[in-house]
Design a protein around this ligand. Structure first.
Ligand SMILES: Cc1cc2nc3c(=O)[nH]c(=O)nc-3n(C[C@H](O)[C@H](O)[C@H](O)COP(=O)(O)O)c2cc1C
Length: 363
């Protein structure tokens, strides 16, 4: 039975402070995640409430380590999306690439939600990574990408290994099309094995780096109460793993975070996927390019979700700087910087991750 303190922690996340006394923790975690994914009905709100509805959809985007590294400033006909630099991850993301890609994902959700609410959104990225999204009235359009916002999740489970039709891959590649962003599709066994070798090399480098492991452990959430208290981070229940008392898990986790077991998990994940899309962009990079990569990735993710597919990321070979050029060379990407490694397939959904309350991210 959950303690009263635990139920209170979840209760704080629920609208109106209601609690679900008597439910077990993971059930409450899932109920909270479901409530956070109830979008405001388009046409039912206007003014500031409509802008808040767009922000809610934006916050359901993926972010590296689920840091939710964004802040939203509401204007009259504009929303500004700003990086929250207190949520940087300098060990895994020293140049803020992932931070800006995450902002790009949030921007794409906001654009799709705006359209559903009768607003045409035009994002412009400043040199400092701030994104000004101008909003102008248009005919409301309820797209399948919009309805997929609440369904999309990062699914780290094993997929069913079945291939996808060529037409589906074309549809996903079209969704990811963006100026200056390339999408390289890998579905052959030899290609996937070469990619696996790069993922394992990246994992070994990362897991032998104390700063990387310390940072990762800081963002891990070991039980549903810890996940609910912060509303962010990587709850191990979202990977289908059983909860552990956080005080114990934090002492033991470094012993279990082994490159060999992580490599085995990555092999299962990759070999059970229908294929992988590597997104890559101009090596000169910078905020505007990385936000564009995030938008392209999010369109791909929403399109895949709408098609009933699951996806997750295997980014170690793009996060370890020394592995990026060999990865690009191995997959014919020339001088481009590989940005994201996205595996796609059919598989069972896992529990959804949590988000922080709207008022915590609206300035
Ligand atoms: C830029 C970026 C990099 C990410 N890298 C990884 C990764 O290497 N491995 C992984 O399992 N998830 C990765 N993720 C997924 C996040 O962990 C995930 O989005 C977050 O935990 C929230 O969960 P959700 O996507 O299910 O909403 C990444 C997400 C983003 C936006």
């Amino acid at each position: 039975m959950p303690s009263r303190r635990r139920v209170m922690a979840y209760g704080a996340l629920l609208a109106g402070g209601a609690t679900l006394a008597g439910c077990d923790e993971s059930a409450v975690q899932q109920a909270t995640a479901r409530l956070q994914r109830r979008l405001v009905l388009p046409g039912s709100v206007d003014g500031r409430e409509r802008l808040r509805a767009l922000v809610q959809a934006a916050t359901l985007a993926p972010s590296s380590h689920n840091t939710q590294c964004w802040r939203f400033v509401l204007g009259r006909e504009q929303i500004r999306i700003e990086p929250d630099t207190t949520r940087r991850c300098p060990a895994v993301d020293p140049d803020d690439h992932h931070l800006l890609v995450s902002l790009g994902c949030a921007t794409e959700n906001l654009v799709q939600a705006a359209l559903a609410h009768g607003l045409m959104a035009e994002p412009q990225v400043g040199a400092d990574g701030r994104i000004s999204v101008a909003l102008a009235p248009t005919r409301p359009r309820l797209s399948s990408r919009y309805t997929a916002i609440v369904q999309r999740q990062t699914t780290r489970g094993v997929f069913d290994g079945r291939p996808l039709p060529a037409a589906t891959w074309r549809q996903l590649e079209d969704a990811a099309e963006a100026e200056g962003v390339a999408a390289r599709l890998i579905t052959d066994t030899a290609g996937l094995e070469r990619l696996l070798a790069a993922v394992v090399a990246g994992l070994r480098t990362q897991l032998s780096n104390r700063a990387f492991v310390d940072e990762l452990v800081r963002w891990l959430r070991f039980d549903a109460e810890e996940a609910a208290r912060s509303g962010d981070g990587l709850f191990i229940g979202c990977n289908g793993q059983p909860s552990m008392p956080p005080w114990l898990a934090r002492r033991l986790v470094r012993r279990f975070l082994h490159a060999d077991s992580e490599a085995r998990r990555s092999a299962e994940q990759l070999r059970s996927s229908a294929g992988v899309v590597i997104l890559a962009s101009d090596a000169a990079g910078g905020p505007a390019r990385w936000v564009e990569v995030g938008r392209a990735f999010q369109r791909l993710a929403l399109e895949a979700t709408a098609a009933g597919l699951q996806l997750s990321l295997l980014n170690p070979p793009v996060e370890v700087a020394a592995l990026r050029a060999p990865l690009a060379a191995a997959f014919g990407l020339g001088t481009l910087r590989p940005d994201l490694v996205v595996r796609i397939g059919r598989g069972a959904r896992l529990p959804d991750s949590l988000r922080r309350p709207l008022d915590a991210v609206i300035a």
